[in-house]
Design a protein around this ligand. Structure first.
Ligand SMILES: Nc1ncnc2c1ncn2[C@@H]1O[C@H](COP(=O)(O)OP(=O)(O)OP(=O)(O)O)[C@@H](O)[C@H]1O
Length: 288
């Protein structure tokens, strides 16, 4: 292991990944180093593969080639049982990671601890209360998920995500659907948990302004690979149009607004329109 590897908890090299037996290439030659103990933001246009990246790191998806080292273990090469061991060191908080609706907040947080350990009830209670305290919800332990606000539910899910003391926590759109105040609370929580629990955090988000206030490192993904990386300050100072498009949230710029599609005329009018539009395109080319 090189010293750079020791500083990086996750090292991705030359990764190729396609969904659906190669039908949809998501990554080609992706390279990424996620620094240990820091907060890393991953941004990019919708559908570019950010959630897929988290699933690859977590071993839920296997790349066609390349390596994904987590603390030195090459995730895609691990046996099922070895992967299970490494997965215990990671936690993923997906947007859809809802709480179990028929259990109290306390039992929701206790659930993974009961599943993965034989600890006595008193110890589990102490751990759960510590996790709830960390997210400011100790007083809400006996509430049912249906009694929580959206922001509180997100925080309870966060308490559950840290229940087993992971080393790596991956957040998929943690601020989505939150009002500005609860968004601010979650931003601060991600930072304080990262620092107080010695975590490494990866945050996939479209909320650029929020995440830039806490990120130590930022990756921008486009065109199947990393197109820019650096500290928030470095990216803000970049004169790259694409970087600026992301940071300012502009719809127009090097990244197209539309997902690639047949010509609108063809979709609406069928083949006939397509033949017309082909003829027009040829005419335009000839005139150029
Ligand atoms: N199970 C799947 N099978 C086939 N294609 C998939 C599957 N899951 C995702 N995709 C496709 O892979 C691409 C990447 O999806 P992904 O959800 O990782 O993007 P994303 O960057 O997280 O998007 P968003 O920002 O909108 O959440 C998309 O084009 C999506 O349609």
């Amino acid at each position: 292991m090189t010293s750079a590897d020791a500083d990086d908890l996750v090292v991705i090299e030359n990764l190729d990944f396609a969904h659906g037996y190669g039908a949809h290439q998501v990554y080609k030659g992706l390279e990424m180093r996620i620094p240990r103990g820091k907060i890393t933001a991953v941004m990019g246009p919708s559908g570019i593969g950010k959630t897929t990246l988290l699933r690859l790191i977590g071993g839920q998806l296997k790349p066609q080639s390349g390596s994904i080292k987590f603390a030195g273990h090459d995730i895609p090469q691990l046996s099922r049982s070895a992967l299970y061991e490494q997965r215990k060191r990671m936690s993923m908080l997906f947007q859809s990671g809802a709480l179990f609706t028929d259990m109290t907040v306390f039992d929701n947080i206790a659930f993974p601890i009961r599943e993965h350990s034989d600890l006595p009830d008193e110890i589990i209670e102490t751990i759960v209360l510590m996790k709830l305290e960390a997210v400011g919800l100790r007083g809400a332990r006996d509430l049912m998920p249906g009694e929580l606000s959206g922001g509180m539910a997100r925080r309870a899910a966060l308490a559950r995500a840290i229940a087993l003391d992971p080393e790596l926590i991956m957040y998929d759109e943690p601020f989505a659907g939150q009002d500005p105040i609860s968004m601010g609370v979650i931003v601060k929580l991600i930072k304080s948990l990262n620092n107080s629990l010695g975590l490494t955090s990866v945050v996939v988000t479209h909320d650029v302004a929020e995440v830039l206030t806490i990120a130590d490192k930022v990756f921008i993904i486009a065109d199947k690979k990393v197109v820019a990386e650096g500290t928030p300050e470095e990216l803000k100072a970049s004169d790259d149009d694409l970087v600026q498009q992301f940071l300012s949230g502009d719809a127009d710029g090097p990244v197209p607004f539309h997902y690639k599609a047949e010509s609108f005329a063809k979709d609406i009018l069928g083949e006939e329109a397509d033949a017309d539009s082909d003829a027009e395109q040829r005419k335009e080319r000839d005139n150029a």
